[in-house]
Ligand binder design. Structure first.
Ligand SMILES: NC(=O)c1ccc[n+]([C@@H]2O[C@H](COP(=O)([O-])OP(=O)(O)OC[C@H]3O[C@@H](n4cnc5c(N)ncnc54)[C@H](OP(=O)(O)O)[C@@H]3O)[C@@H](O)[C@H]2O)c1
Length: 115
């Protein structure tokens, strides 16, 4: 299994606090993954978290719905939704590809949204 590392950005709100807080690896299950809320809000929000780096290493999304999309069809629709609704555009394809592949700890460190 490949080694993963997490590089944290400084958080001015935590200055002076002794206890370090970081999210544990986790899985987010989306019930209604093919729906409007997921495509308009959840996926763009997750992409923006990936772009800004607070997602923990090992973070995964499991989507549940009735439409029989393949993983690739779902990823393609997710990318279209993020392109349409993300507050940071255009989509950084390097970040997107790492996000879509689940390599959250290997995302490029730049905050630029340019591809
Ligand atoms: N859209 C928004 O901006 C928004 C904002 C705030 C709150 N909400 C609330 O969030 C909820 C979802 O809204 P939405 O706009 O995303 O609705 P939607 O576009 O109609 O999507 C519904 C989702 O639920 C899935 N689903 C429905 N019945 C199912 C079943 N029996 N088994 C498995 N999956 C099922 C659908 O999947 P398939 O069609 O593929 O089966 C689809 O992914 C609603 O309660 C809504 O009031 C939505």
């Amino acid at each position: 299994m490949p080694q993963r590392s997490v590089v944290e950005a400084p958080n001015p709100l935590r200055e002076g606090l002794r206890i370090k807080q970081s999210a544990e690896p986790c899985v987010m299950v989306i019930f209604g993954a093919t729906g409007d809320l997921t495509h308009r809000k959840l996926l763009p929000a997750l992409y923006n978290l990936a772009l800004e780096h607070p997602l923990p290493a090992g973070f995964s999304v499991v989507g549940f719905a009735r439409r029989p999309y393949s993983d690739e069809e779902f990823r393609q629709q997710a990318l279209e939704s993020i392109n349409a609704y993300s507050r940071q555009k255009p989509v950084n394809l390097q970040v997107w590809e790492s996000f879509a592949a689940g390599n959250y700890s290997e995302l490029p460190r730049s905050r630029s949204s340019a591809p």
